[in-house]
Design a protein around this ligand. Structure first.
Ligand code: PAF
Length: 289
């Protein structure tokens, strides 16, 4: 597996993978600190393309001033070994200066779908995500790109951006969401789980448990507001410091729903345990994922 750290090396390496434009390239964008969830993305990518390009870039633009940019785990050599073992052809691992030279002034902002949920709690976060993913798409020029459904709002934003800016053809279908990979006790895999103490790690499993209970209630007709309030209370009773949001939303637009309708819906929750913010989401009403 080749590791490209500059755009020139990347361009030549992508051209070499796809002589005369032949062969499909899948991109798996990551911030490193890889776990089974990321490796699942690579495996799905290999099933759907001839070559997999992964990127590792801890993107400063998506971290707020009081967030964990400095502490975010960086383990390039270990991550590269995992990607190579999964059959990844090329790793794009630019420096911050390569991605954002001093002259860089552009911001990509996706209105509406970025505003609520994590967008409300983390101002600017999704602009940072959209900006870097737009650059990654242009740099690698993949045929498809794969993202975990764990970051469900991020996935919706990237789909909207790809559609609006004609980034990958055929746009929406080229952005593939892969179901969340979970630990044995149901906790969604995340690079941030490593910040949890053993006690917090045990308490964290209350989040998916409370979500499953809430979904069973919603699907058997329980009122949405009461169900979400009970979910929040359960999670806090289990040891979470707070719940940023617990929302039932339309699965496509992420517009909050006050009642379950016939269409696919999604339960999305963010909570804080110690200093760590965990997010999760699950399908409601027979929707996928
Ligand atoms: O989901 C992530 O790891 C990041 O938000 C992404 C998509 C790689 C952009 O930095």
């Amino acid at each position: 597996m080749q590791i490209a750290k500059t755009r020139d090396v990347l361009r030549n390496a992508v051209d070499a993978l796809r002589p005369q434009g032949a062969g499909r390239i899948a991109l798996v964008p990551t911030m490193g600190a890889l776990h089974e969830g990321h490796l699942t993305l690579v495996r799905r990518a290999r099933e759907q393309a001839d070559h997999v390009v992964a990127s590792i870039f801890v993107n400063p633009k998506q971290f707020g001033a009081n967030e964990d940019l400095g502490a975010y785990p960086r383990q390039l050599a270990a991550d590269a070994a995992m990607l190579e073992a999964e059959g990844c052809a090329l790793l794009w691992a630019p420096t911050v200066e390569e991605m954002y030279p001093p002259s860089f002034v552009t911001n990509v902002s996706v209105a509406g779908v970025s505003d609520g949920l994590c967008g409300a709690a983390r101002p600017g976060h999704f602009d940072g995500v959209a900006t870097v993913v737009c650059k990654l798409f242009n740099q690698v020029q993949p045929d498809i790109a794969l993202f975990g459904e764990k970051d469900f709002q991020q996935l919706a934003i990237i789909r909207a951006m790809a559609r609006d800016l004609d980034l990958i053809r055929p746009h929406v279908d080229a952005i593939i969401g892969v179901p969340t990979v979970r630990e044995a006790d149901g906790l969604a895999m995340s690079s941030r789980n490593r910040y949890l103490s053993p006690e917090q790690r045990e308490q964290a499993a209350a989040l998916p448990r409370a979500m499953r209970t809430a979904i069973a209630g919603l699907e058997s007709g329980a009122p949405v507001a009461d169900t979400l309030a009970a979910l929040e209370a359960d999670v806090v009773a289990a040891g979470f410091a707070s719940v940023d949001y617990a929302v039932l939303a339309d699965a496509a637009s992420l517009t909050p729903l006050s009642a379950l309708g016939a269409g696919p819906a999604r339960l999305l929750v963010a909570g804080r345990i110690g200093g760590t913010r965990l997010i999760d989401n699950m399908a409601v009403n027979g929707s996928q994922g």
